[in-house]
Design a protein around this ligand. Structure first.
Ligand code: C5P
Length: 245
């Protein structure tokens, strides 16, 4: 079967500051979403890309994609569907647009525009080798603390530390995450209500874990970082400049 990539791009990107939805913000003059689509289409394994647009922005995103066509010889098909109120809901809506011949699915954040094609290919290869769920990940630079969040009247007061997980056992996970299609669809259907009740997952592999299905990690890449805060835009443009040099 063929491989598709679903790109959730319906987020507002509040942490990046006010303005255009994050995926439509430019990096060196080209919208982040376009970089992300190209990163998926660059893999010879990927023959279909489903872009999940803001719920009221599908027409605008379609126009943007038409203004930034893939290379002439690239046969990758690009579809656009409207997204939902959470990342999980957006991915579920994207999965509904897959054609019948797709057996492997990547899910890739529009907010990770610079992932190298070798990382994409490594994820696809691990799924083709039989893993139902594969995530690219890196060791952590920072030590991580679990805290007791302050709420209500106590909001803003220092938060008590509850524990320190052993850093060597932790990984920061990236995208694209790769899945056997049936496994990913089953996970999204089973836990769709959880997302609506605020108990959704922040990544797709998290849903597959809840199914009780094994998830494995392959090496991620530092250029697959997520553009979340303003400083990340500076870093992303520096990475692009270095690639051109
Ligand atoms: O908010 P976060 O950085 O976790 O978003 C990760 C990805 O999920 C982004 O590409 C964002 O556009 C997407 N997203 C979405 N639908 C939402 C919220 C986020 O497609 N409702």
């Amino acid at each position: 079967g063929r491989t598709a990539a679903v790109i959730p791009a319906a987020g507002r990107g509040v942490r990046l500051g006010p303005g255009t939805p994050k995926a439509l913000r430019a990096l060196n003059g080209t919208p982040m979403l376009i970089h992300a689509v190209r990163a998926m289409a660059a893999s010879r394994a990927v023959s279909l890309v489903v872009v999940v647009a803001p719920p009221d922005g599908a027409a605008e995103v379609r126009t943007l994609l038409d203004e930034h066509p893939l290379a002439d010889h690239d046969p990758t098909e690009v579809l656009v569907v409207p997204g939902g109120g959470t990342r999980q809901e957006s991915v579920r809506l994207g999965l509904r647009a897959l054609t019948d011949d797709i057996t492997t699915v990547l899910v890739h954040d529009a907010a990770r525009p610079l992932v190298p094609v070798d990382t994409v290919d490594a994820v696809v290869a691990a799924v083709h080798d039989g893993a139902p769920a594969v995530v690219p990940a890196l060791p952590l630079a920072d030590t991580v603390k679990q805290v007791e969040p302050r709420t209500g009247d106590a909001a803003g007061e220092p938060e008590p530390v509850v524990g320190t997980p052993e850093r060597a056992l932790l990984r920061a996970v990236q995208t694209p995450q790769g899945f056997d299609r049936a496994t990913l669809v089953a996970a999204h259907e089973k836990f769709a209500a959880a997302a609506r009740e605020g108990e959704g997952a922040t990544d797709d592999a998290g849903l597959v874990e809840r199914l009780g299905t094994e998830v494995v990690v392959v090496p991620g890449h530092e250029e697959a970082f997520k553009v979340t805060r303003p400083l990340d835009l500076v870093l992303a443009e520096a990475v692009l400049a270095r690639r051109r040099a």
